[in-house]
Design a protein around this ligand. Sequence first.
Ligand code: DX5
Ligand code: ZN
Length: 226
Amino acid sequence: MRRIKLSPSALSCDFAAAGGQIRQAEEGGAEYLHLDVMDGVFVPNISFGQPVVKSLRKCTDLVFDVHLMITEPIRYIEDFAKAGADIITVHYEACSDVEATLLKIRACGKKCGISVKPGTPAEVLVPYLPICDLVLVMTVEPGFGGQKFMADMLPKVRFLRDYAETHGLNCEISVDGGVSASNAALCTLAGANVLVAGSSVLGKADVKKAAEELLAAAEMRGARNE
Ligand code: DX5
Ligand code: ZN
């Protein structure tokens, strides 16, 4: 079975205690840290920018999975690369030149990802898959944590996984929004191998246990049984 990676979203942290919470997520098996950057234009919310990414970089070695929900992200790729991003994901809908944006991420020496909002079909991504390291399927409308998982997005995940396998492409497939222990197995069965989770991991009192339970559910085994 494909190895499942957990990418807890820092949006659900208590930022005054973020270092400890992130360490707990790591102890619970997280490999990535998802960082949601919102500009109040592409999405109706504002989160944080490069200074927060840079300061979190000092407290963990997790892979930084930066999700840019900003208009024309090409303008800020270098800044996020310098701040410590490992993977930079941009939205198809936010770029006037998607290919140039992805190539800019590559030119900065980082892995690149592309994401679609729920209303955008996965097929639009086909031309870009050969140059992408990761595809992120939104399972809520981007902008806020704590929303309800949209199971009707799973066929997009299946389509992308089948397409990648048929064409020998090695991109990771990530789901983001409302992911929890109750739907994690649906996501991995559809072909996702990276699970982004905010409220169900860093939003919980026992972050380590929440991370372990989510990974166990995703891999369809009992928590702490292996
Ligand atoms: C939403 C963000 C998500 C969010 C997920 O726009 O992209 O990464 O933090 O939070 P939950 O898991 O609470 O839906
Ligand atoms: Zn996100």
